[in-house]
Design a protein around this ligand. Structure first.
Ligand code: GLN
Length: 533
């Protein structure tokens, strides 16, 4: 029978519930268990795909084309799970499903209510992941306990625990123990209140993970245990781990969390080896070299707008025993002061995905700088669009070349909409989304990097390279090195007369892991070292 772990949060948000859920998953895998991870987001959007990156941070895309919360990225980076659209549900998606059924008359004349209809729908989403070969489902509840919008989720997991038996369920609450400088004390009261709220809702947490700046003394643990009704050994201290977030599972192991979970859920251990992870941490903490990568984007000010990209760069560094220093640059600043000033001295340039016109000319300038100065370049999605526009304008002499996303009347639309995208008016879920196979041409950087002919990568975009320009680009030295299986769409372009210049229409960053760096990021980082050695 599948066991369930529910991860809730208290006191404040942004404590790292996603990272902790992912770490717990990774530890259970290390003991030989098959796990699934899932996130419930209490907001009303059906999915985060319609939210601005400044509002929400990165939108993570799954193989099956769901636009999801970035915590799913942590799940995939820390564990072997491959997430799908059932792994992220929101208040919006739950209500959408219930209301659709109501309109179809599926409730046979009943009055539809939060309890039981909404809570039943939530429980169905949990059950969907409890497949025959899954030992443990870990479900994270977004937001914090006590929020009005998270109440139906908390109620649903309470009901769920009763239904499948308390011994098959574990409630883990992540909380903050703040340190007050003036008093030179750490305070447990907010945690007491937050656990109090959980208990009011009918949930007795089994384990508390306490985020703290200062170590928790025995005395503090006893106090929390007494006031919160949680065993003392189940009060887990979690000190801040910056800058190595991959350290979190190791902190939790030191506190014995994996053993406590196994014991409480009556699960056996079939291993418990963390060798691969420990080796990765060794390399991460003791780099032999340093490289500096400029990331030229438009959501630079948001800490997690490019989460998977920053992580994939770190992985590329691990793959080369190299520390990757990030130089985060606002594209609009390049428009103001010029590429030379801001990009000088960097070893590689990366342009991430993005939408809309703001900052585009700055990004195009950054591409020019990379091309002319032979600095390794990696373009992701919009980063391919910018590379194509730059090449058309400055090498093919098509001065007004552009993407029709930014100039509908350009005489040279090197990037344009597909026919089937032209009539779409709805915003949510209507892009080219999810994993699609791609064929790589022989004797190209792409093929050498991946080491195979057919790959699969995830997409999230509307605009495509315009096939009319394939020939002129090739004549001038920009070749297409990856195509869809029917040859209709260009997936990768690369420069011939350049040490390493690759732009891809997809998002390789979503499939990179610290223990298995993505080949493009690994080769990109390697190229930045080769050029400078
Ligand atoms: N805005 C571009 C498009 O829709 C690129 C999207 C992206 O970079 N993800 O095609």
């Amino acid at each position: 029978m599948t066991k369930h772990i529910f991860v809730t949060g208290g006191v404040v948000s942004s404590l790292g519930k996603g990272l902790n859920a992912a770490s717990i998953g990774m530890l259970l895998e290390s003991h030989g268990h098959k796990i699934s991870l899932q996130k419930f987001d209490p907001y009303v959007n059906v999915d985060p795909g319609t939210m601005a990156p400044f509002e929400h941070g990165e939108i993570y895309v799954t193989d099956d084309g769901a636009e999801t919360d970035l915590d799913l990225g942590h799940y995939e980076r820390f564990t072997n799970t491959v997430t799908n659209r059932d792994c992220n549900c929101t208040t919006g998606s739950i209500y959408f499903s219930v209301i659709t059924k109501e309109r179809q008359g599926k409730y046979l004349g009943k009055c539809i209510q939060v309890i039981p209809h909404i809570t039943n729908e939530i429980k169905d989403c949990i059950r969907k992941l409890a497949t025959a070969d899954t030992d443990v489902v870990i479900s994270e509840i977004g937001g914090i306990v006590g929020d009005i919008e998270s109440q139906p989720f908390v109620e649903a997991i309470r009901q769920f625990g009763r239904e499948i038996g308390r011994e098959n369920v574990l409630y883990i609450h992540l909380t903050l123990i703040p340190y007050l400088r003036a008093a030179d004390e750490i305070k447990t009261k907010p945690t007491q209140h937050s656990v109090g709220m959980l208990r009011q809702a009918g949930i007795e947490p089994d384990i508390l993970i306490c985020r703290t700046e200062k170590p928790l003394s025995d005395e503090i643990k006893e106090k929390i245990s007494l006031f919160c009704n949680v065993d003392k050994e189940s009060i887990i201290e979690e000190m801040d781990v910056k800058p190595y977030l991959y350290e979190i599972p190791l902190l939790l192991v030191r506190e014995g969390l994996d053993k406590i979970i196994l014991k409480k859920l009556q699960l056996k251990s079939e291993g418990g080896t963390l060798d691969k992870w420990l080796n990765m941490m060794e390399v991460l903490k003791n780099p032999q070299k340093v490289t500096e990568i400029a990331i030229v984007g438009k959501y630079i000010g948001h800490q997690s707008a490019y989460e998977s990209i920053y992580e994939a760069l770190t992985h590329g560094g691990i793959g080369n025993a190299t520390k990757v220093k990030e130089r985060r640059i606002e594209a609009e600043d390049i428009e103001k002061v010029g590429a030379e000033k801001l990009l000088q001295g960097c070893n590689g340039i990366l342009i991430p995905g993005g939408f809309g016109e703001r900052g585009i000319e700055g990004k195009i300038e950054a591409v020019r700088y990379a091309r002319e100065n032979k600095i390794p370049y990696l373009g992701l999605c919009l980063g391919l669009h910018c590379a194509a526009i730059e090449f058309a304008r400055n090498v093919c002499n098509l001065a007004e070349a552009n993407s029709t996303e930014f100039d509908t009347n350009t005489p040279d639309p090197v990037i344009c909409l597909l026919e089937e995208q032209k009539d779409i008016e709805k915003m949510g879920g209507t892009m080219r989304l999810g994993a699609q196979p791609c064929r790589l041409e022989a004797n190209t950087i792409a093929r050498k990097s991946y080491g195979r002919e057919i790959i699969s990568e995830r997409h999230r975009h509307r605009y495509e390279f315009n096939n009319k320009y394939r020939d002129i680009f090739a004549q001038k030295g920009m070749i297409c090195s990856g195509f869809t299986m029917d040859n209709e769409l260009v997936e990768i372009i690369e420069l011939k007369d350049h040490p390493w210049f690759v732009a891809v229409q997809f998002h390789p960053e979503f499939k990179s892991k610290p223990t298995n760096p993505h080949p493009l990021f690994k080769e990109f980082i390697k190229a930045t070292l080769d050029v400078n050695s």
